[in-house]
Design a protein around this ligand. Sequence first.
Ligand code: GLU
Length: 278
Amino acid sequence: MIVTRFAPSPTGLLHLGSAYSALEGWRRARAAGGRFLLRIENIDPTRCTPDYEAAIEGDLAWLGLDWDGPVRRQSAHLEDYRAALDRLAARGLLYPCFCTRGDIAAEIERAGHAPHGPEGPVYPGICKAISEVEREARLAAGEPHALRLHMDRAAALAGPLSWQDESKGEIAATPEAFGDVVLARKETPTSYHLSVTLDDAAQGVTLVTRGLDLFEATHIHRLLQALLDLPTPLYAHHRLLTGADGRRYAKRDRSLTLQALREAGRMPAEVRAMIGMA
Ligand code: GLU
C-alpha cells in the first residue's frame, strides 16, 4: 500500500508552495487508496511554535485535506533519535564538534578556500583534528557540542548506494559532497536529516513527495538508511511554485499564506485552482 506524508516544520504559516506540497502527497495517497500522514517536524525549539502547529492543521483541514492516524510530532520522539545516534557512535561514525559558526568561518578564511557542498561550505574538520585527550577534556567540562558524521568512514562502510526518483530515475548517492554533516545539533539531540530519515521509516512511508529544494538532501538520507538498516522509499521531488516575481514562495511572503488568502475571502477551491490542484 502506498503511504505518503506531509512533514512541515511549524516555523511559519503555510503558503501556496507548502499547500501544493501537502496536496501532492494527499492526492497521490488518495488516488491509490493509500494512506496520507501528517508529521510535525518541530525539533528546533528556538523556531517552532505550538501556534504555528495549530494553524497548519487548521489550514490543511480548511483546504479539504484529511490525514490518517494521529499526527506525529518529532519533539515526542527525541529518545528514538538519540538511540540511533548511539548506534552510529558505537561504530565510530560520529564525533563531537564544539565549533561556533564563527570558528568555522575563521578557519575557512584562514585556509583561503573551502570545498563547496550542496548545503554550503564543507566543514573544515577542526574538531576532527583535535586530540582524543582534548576531546575528552572538553566533553567532561560540559562544553556544548554538536555531533558530526565521519563522512568518509560512513560512505566507505555503506559502499555504493542509489535511490529511485520518480521523474529522474535511478540516482547514485554521493553524500561525500556534503562533508561531515551535523546529525545532532547543540540545542537538540537530532537534526533534520536524522529525524526525517528515521521517521519516514518508522511511519512506513513508501513514497516521499516533497519539493525539489530537498532533492540534494536525499543523498544523505540514503546513506543514513544504509547505516541504520532502514528501507528506502521511492522519492518524487516536485517542482517549486513561484510567484508573479519569479521567486519561489516562502514563509516570508505573508500575503500568500493560506490564512491571508482566507481572510481575503478566497474559498478552498479557488486556492487549489491557483496552484493547479483543483
Ligand atoms: N520539514 C521539512 C520542511 O518543512 C520538510 C521535510 C521533508 O519533506 O523531507 O521543509
